[in-house]
Design a protein around this ligand. Structure first.
Ligand SMILES: Cc1cc2nc3c(=O)[nH]c(=O)nc-3n(C[C@H](O)[C@H](O)[C@H](O)COP(=O)(O)OP(=O)(O)OC[C@H]3O[C@@H](n4cnc5c(N)ncnc54)[C@H](O)[C@@H]3O)c2cc1C
Length: 320
């Protein structure tokens, strides 16, 4: 979002991401012949600034309304009617891919599979070096990784922030999330539209990606453990975790369905629990260094998007 905003304002933007695609927590995986969203499952739209953005994505056919709420699995009936929950029909990572393609069409450079390992100031400009020894120069730098990762990068680079700003950034915290993706040889018994949400249970989210529309070839179920359960079991071995998730899914399978394969994804920084009050943070004492993402101002996809936009707008006003 930040890169698109800066590009539209005439800046030369390079977006560097360590992932295979630049989706981050908008992540979709192959499991057997099927696919599963492992990170964000859907998004909601609360603020007017995000309404226009979501409408454009809707108009482009990039997202659709998946549901207006989720059953907790106890009623067996229709989910409660609430605000629309939007999802990307080909998987949430596809939304990021659409945004990335649009960004490249607008002239920005999108670099993937390059992890930035060091930042340096050279003659008042930023130089970012990657694990693959690539170097990128920039007059302005925006870091949107989960904040502990950005702080680790600054520390490894011996870049000092003002003490109050460092304190503000270190205060930001995230809850982890353990995610299981299980491949079934038959449909699930999950209620329409294929998902249940139970924030107070160890497994807080169960979704059928075939019912969601992103896995036509096979039934793959995404299961998320709650923040408390995920913290307590984050380092458990994969077999133990898959056994636990599989037993829980058994309640939502119709005999003689079987689980034929499973994968775990461990999200260390899934959802911010301690946010920075402002939409972004501009470092003082160093030239044009900014922090943004879902821990700034408001959480989730909506918060991340609006944070990126706010940071980009501030960057255009910041004349070095
Ligand atoms: C399990 C789970 C469930 C969720 N469910 C929902 C949901 O249903 N609805 C919702 O709205 N939100 C949900 N979220 C939250 C949502 O995914 C995030 O709020 C949002 O995607 C954050 O976007 P971001 O750009 O701030 O950060 P990220 O998506 O984390 O992007 C940060 C990027 O930085 C890159 N990066 C990090 N370090 C480096 C480095 N050194 N060099 C290069 N690149 C680097 C990463 O590869 C990543 O692509 C969920 C998240 C998880 C994990």
């Amino acid at each position: 979002m930040a890169a698109a905003e800066l590009t539209s304002r005439g800046y030369h933007v390079t977006l560097v991401d360590k992932g295979r695609t630049a989706g981050g927590r908008l992540a979709t995986r192959h499991v057997g012949q099927g696919r599963a969203d492992s990170g964000a499952q859907f998004f909601t739209v609360r603020e007017p600034a995000f309404v226009a953005i979501a409408q454009r994505w809707l108009k482009n056919g990039w997202v659709h309304v998946w549901s207006h709420g989720w059953s907790d699995g106890s009623l067996g009936g229709a989910p409660p009617a609430g605000n629309p929950r939007y999802a990307s029909r080909d998987g949430m990572s596809t939304l990021a891919q659409h945004l990335g393609a649009e960004l490249e069409d607008a002239g920005a450079v999108l670099v993937t599979q390059q992890r930035i390992t060091a930042l340096r100031l050279v003659g008042g400009e930023w130089l970012a070096r990657t694990a693959g020894n690539e170097e990128y120069h920039a007059t302005k730098m925006l870091l949107t990784a989960p904040v502990p990762q950005s702080m680790a990068l600054l520390d490894a680079s011996a870049i000092q922030l003002a003490r109050s700003q460092r304190r503000a950034l270190v205060r930001i915290e995230y809850a982890p999330c353990l995610c299981a993706m299980l491949l079934l040889d038959s449909d699930t018994a999950l209620p329409h539209p294929g998902a249940i949400q139970r924030p107070d249970e160890p497994i807080s989210w169960i979704a059928d990606n075939r019912a969601k529309g992103i896995s036509a070839e096979a039934t793959v179920v995404t299961m998320h453990a709650s923040p408390t359960w995920s913290s307590a079991h984050f380092d458990d071995n994969e077999t133990t975790l898959l056994d636990f998730f599989s037993a829980e899914l058994g309640k939502w399978m119709r005999p003689p369905a079987h689980i034929v394969a499973g994968q775990m994804k461990r999200w260390r920084y899934a959802l911010p629990t301690q946010l920075h009050a402002e939409r972004f943070l501009q470092a003082t004492g160093v030239p044009s260094l900014y922090f943004a993402g879902d821990a700034f101002g408001a959480p989730r996809i909506e918060g991340a998007a609006l944070s990126g936009l706010a940071a980009a707008q501030a960057m255009t006003l910041d004349v070095p």
